[in-house]
Every structure is written in structure tokens, then in C-alpha cells.
Design a binder for this molecule. Structure first.
Ligand code: EPU
Length: 449
């Protein structure tokens, strides 16, 4: 990329600070039924994908969360027709009127970068300001930009904006240097209307991406996931309207599963899908958490004792990095020494410092402590941890640093002795729909203070 003047990734957790706090009294068992919402990491991308159509696109099961609202606000500002009520969004991209995203709209998440393809298709130009999102590492977008450049986009950094230009994007054979979720999605959105057949190798194959591919196919795209992490997309001239139901959120499902295990309860997580959660279910089985797969969900139980494990996060179909935080909480209650090696983000254990203050025994290491070496070997990132348990936890005043860490703090507070005060809750509401209502219904003592 040319002309790097300003950094293009912002540090801006403050975008979600609104002075509210959750007050939680620990010690209650969580039991009953909870329905998981639509997946944040599919819905937000699909709202953008809808702009590629010449007709309105209807999305059902869209979670009413901060990230969706931020994405809808961004689309409205771009002139797009947006209706959103009762988890149903109708997006009319025909009214898209500008190729520039306003800076104030990109502080909250990383979705704007996905507009590059749709805006290039419509206007031949796109201007996107620096990105927000959870601060869990530097989160560069070089893989996105390299791929788009291979498709003929001329990309530069002009005064803190990514500026891309292309008369018509053309197909390319692209091999990603890492199977990035966002880069794969970005290139898919660019390829569906590019001239010719694009191949994206070493790509991400997360279920949320497959769900977006299903939407695109319903809109008229020709897109296939072939063996060996390879997407093959035959560009078409036009895409039309479609109706699609967003798949359910496997991160939220796992979070409630662990809540049952930690609070010695039993929770039926409605809409949890075994297909997307095989590695999670294997991991909790090794720990000793009972579960039963049922017709439309999974019943998670609890046991008196849990076993320690060695675990590595990975790209799909491996154990998701977004399951790591509640899982580490679970390991604080296993008898013995566990190891978790984070191989996706280099800085995703910062949140454990607060758990240690609450009584957990967690040590961070820069070595690759799992069974394999990862990209972060010898780079001095604290990306492995050793957890010794079980340890009782004590209530505390805690501030949420990022979305998934946020849920692990709620779990800690739900088990801790005493009343905890959790601030920074706007961050958790970015990704969990009606979190207070759902936890209260399961028996948690939680309220907004
Ligand atoms: N990376 C690069 N260059 C790039 C893109 C990525 O080096 O151009 C690196 C990242 O720095 C990171 C790794 O590749 O070390 C993985 O990043 P990826 O692009 O796969 O992640 P993402 O698209 O930014 C999405 C989810 C994350 C989730 C990751 C991994 C969304 C909006 N976010 O992020 O979700 O952890 O994939 O599965 O889909 C969350 O929901 O809380 C969350 C952080």
C-alpha cells in the first residue's frame, strides 16, 4: 500500500463507555433454557453483502446487538435503505449514494473494511477510515489489501483513509498467507461480481463464512468451497434480492454451556448447533462437562470435579479463539494444571490479570506451550497460559477490556463469593443480545447499577 502516513488501526475501547455497570452476586446455579441469537460474525457481514444486490435483501435472526446497530447506522449514513425490527433486517442497497465512510462511524468495529468490494463495484472507488474493534493484537489488514490489489484495486493510504480504486475488479488466483476470516470475507465480496473466476486458497472456512456464502448464492452468486481451504467464485454481472436466516451464534452457545458447568447448573441452549461446535464439545468432554445433543439445541450440565487439559486455539475446524476466554474460566475450576496456547491472536490473554486478582492461578508465557509451534514463536508475545485449579474466586470491581473477555468476567462474577461490579458493559452488549434478561431468566442475580 502506498503513502502510509497515519496508523490505520485505532485504539478506541472508549467508543463503548457509557457509565453503566452490571452488579452481580455470585453463588447461584444457572438452570433452565436459553435461546441463542443469530451469529454476530455472520449477521454483520451479511448486512454488507446485501449491498451487492440490485434489490432488497431480507435477513432474519439478526441479533439486536451493538455491532449490528453500528453496522446499520453506517449503512444508513451511506444512504442505504434500512429497516430493522424483531430481528429482521431489510437492506435496500440501491439507495447507496456515496463511496466514502465517515470517520465517526468506524470506531466501533471492523466491519467497514468489508465495504471495499461492494463500494468498488458500485462506484469504482472506496474511502474507508481506520478501524475499531477489540484490542486483542495489532490486527493488520495487509492480507485483505494484498488480495484486493491482486484483483486490480489500486490501494493507498490518504490521510488516515484506505482509498481503493478499480474500474472493474478482475478475478485472481490468491493464496492467503494466513487463513484470515475477515480477508476471506472481503475477497469473497469482491469476487462475486468480479470479471472471471477467482480462487482463494489457504482461506478461512468458518461456519459464519459458509453462511454468508449461502446468502450470496441465494442472491445469484456462483460460489463453492472446495477441498483444502479453497473458495472458487465465478463472478456474475448482477446479484438479486434474497431472504436468508442467519445461523445461530456458536460463541454465545458455548458461553452459556460453560455457565452451566461453572455454576453447577443445567442449561438447555436452544439452537446450539453440534455441527459448528465439534471441537468445543470434545474439549469440554475431556474436562468432564456433561452434555447431550438434542433436536434443536444442546443440554449442558455440570459435575463435582473437572479435569485439566492441554488445548490450542486454531482456525476452523479447530478450537475457536473466541471460546478461549470462557474456557480458561472453566479451567480455573479443574483439578490440576492446564495449558492453553493461543495461536490466532498474539495478545488475547491480557484479561487474565483480573481473574488472577479475583483468585485464579494463571501464568502467562511467551513460549508456544501446546503441542505445536505457532506464528508467534520467539516473538515475545504472552500467548500461552498455565492455569492451576481449582481456585475459589472473590467478587471484585472489574472493567471489561474486550468482548469475549467480558463474558469470562461475568462468569467469574457469577461464581465468586460476594457482589461484583462490572463496568465497560457496552463492550459486552456489542456481541450478546439481551444478556441481562437471558442471565436473569436462568436464575442469575444480576442487574444494571
Ligand atoms: N491478520 C493479519 N493480516 C490481515 C488479517 C488478519 O495478520 O490482513 C491476522 C490477525 O492479526 C490475527 C489473525 O490474522 O492474528 C486472525 O485474524 P482474522 O482476520 O481471522 O480475524 P478477524 O476477521 O479480524 C474475526 C472475528 C473475530 C474472531 C476472528 C478469528 C469478526 C468481526 N471478528 O476477526 O471475532 O476472533 O475472526 O476467528 O468476524 C469476536 O467476535 O469477539 C471476535 C474478535
Amino acid at each position: 500500500m502506498k503513502n502510509s502516513k497515519k496508523p490505520l488501526v485505532k485504539k478506541d475501547g472508549a467508543a463503548f463507555e457509557d457509565g453503566r455497570a452490571y452488579l452481580l452476586k455470585g453463588g447461584r446455579s444457572l438452570s433452565g433454557e436459553v435461546a441463542v441469537s443469530g451469529a454476530k460474525n455472520a449477521a454483520t457481514k451479511q448486512l454488507v453483502a446485501a449491498l451487492l444486490a440490485d434489490e432488497p435483501v431480507i435477513l432474519n435472526n439478526v441479533p439486536d446487538i451493538g455491532d449490528v446497530r453500528a453496522t446499520l447506522d453506517m449503512l444508513r449514513e451511506l444512504g442505504v435503505g434500512v429497516e430493522f425490527a424483531n430481528n429482521r433486517a431489510v437492506i435496500d442497497g440501491r439507495k447507496l449514494k456515496t463511496s466514502e465512510v465517515a470517520e465517526a462511524l468506524t470506531r466501533k468495529n471492523r466491519i467497514p473494511i468489508l465495504l471495499l468490494g461492494p463500494l468498488l463495484h458500485r462506484f469504482g472507488e472506496a474511502r474507508i477510515p481506520a478501524l475499531g474493534g477489540c484490542q486483542i493484537g495489532p490486527r493488520p489488514v495487509n492480507i485483505h489489501l494484498d488480495g484486493l490489489a491482486q484483483m486490480g484495486a489500486d490501494i493507498s493510504n490518504e490521510d488516515g483513509y484506505f482509498v481503493a480504486r478499480a474500474k472493474r475488479l478482475k478475478a485472481a488466483m490468491i493464496e492467503l498467507s494466513f487463513p484470515s476470516v475477515g480477508a476471506t470475507e472481503n475477497l469473497i465480496l469482491a469476487a462475486v461480481k468480479a470479471k472471471g473466476t477467482t480462487v482463494i486458497a489457504n482461506a478461512a472456512v468458518e461456519p459464519e463464512i459458509l453462511d454468508t456464502a449461502k446468502l450470496l448464492q441465494s442472491m445469484g452468486a456462483i460460489i463453492n468451497l472446495e477441498t483444502n481451504r479453497t473458495w472458487v467464485i465465478e463472478g456474475v454481472e448482477k446479484l438479486h434480492g434474497a431472504e436468508h436466516t442467519v445461523l445461530s451464534d456458536r460463541i454465545e452457545a458455548a458461553s452459556f454451556g460453560i455457565a452451566a458447568a461453572l455454576t453447577k447448573g443445567s442449561i438447555f441452549v436452544k439452537h446450539a448447533r453440534q455441527d459448528d461446535m465439534l471441537s468445543f464439545l470434545n474439549a469440554i468432554r475431556r474436562v468432564g462437562v456433561p452434555f447431550k445433543v438434542e433436536q434443536d439445541g444442546i443440554l449442558f450440565g455440570s459435575a463435582d470435579n473437572y479435569r485439566p487439559v492441554v488445548l490450542e486455539t486454531d482456525t476452523h475446524p479447530g478450537f475457536m479463539t473466541d471460546w478461549q476466554q470462557p474456557f480458561v474460566m472453566l479451567l480455573t475450576q479443574a483439578k490440576g494444571v492446564s495449558i492453553v496456547h493461543e495461536t490466532i491472536f498474539e495478545d488475547r490473554f491480557g484479561y487474565t490479570e483480573t481473574l488472577v486478582k479475583m483468585g485464579a492461578h494463571i501464568q502467562l508465557h511467551s513460549d508456544c506451550l501446546g503441542s505445536k509451534n505457532c506464528r508467534f514463536k520467539h516473538k515475545n508475545f504472552m500467548h500461552s497460559c498455565i492455569v492451576s485449579g481449582p481456585t475459589p474466586l472473590t467478587a471484585a470491581d472489574v472493567c471489561i477490556p474486550d468482548l469475549r473477555a467480558g463474558f469470562s468476567y461475568l462468569l467469574a462474577a457469577l461464581m465468586a463469593k460476594g457482589e461484583s461490579r462490572v463496568t465497560g458493559v457496552g463492550i459486552i452488549e456489542r456481541g450478546y443480545e439481551d444478556i441481562i434478561g437471558k442471565l436473569q431468566k436462568l436464575g442469575a442475580d444480576i442487574k444494571v447499577g
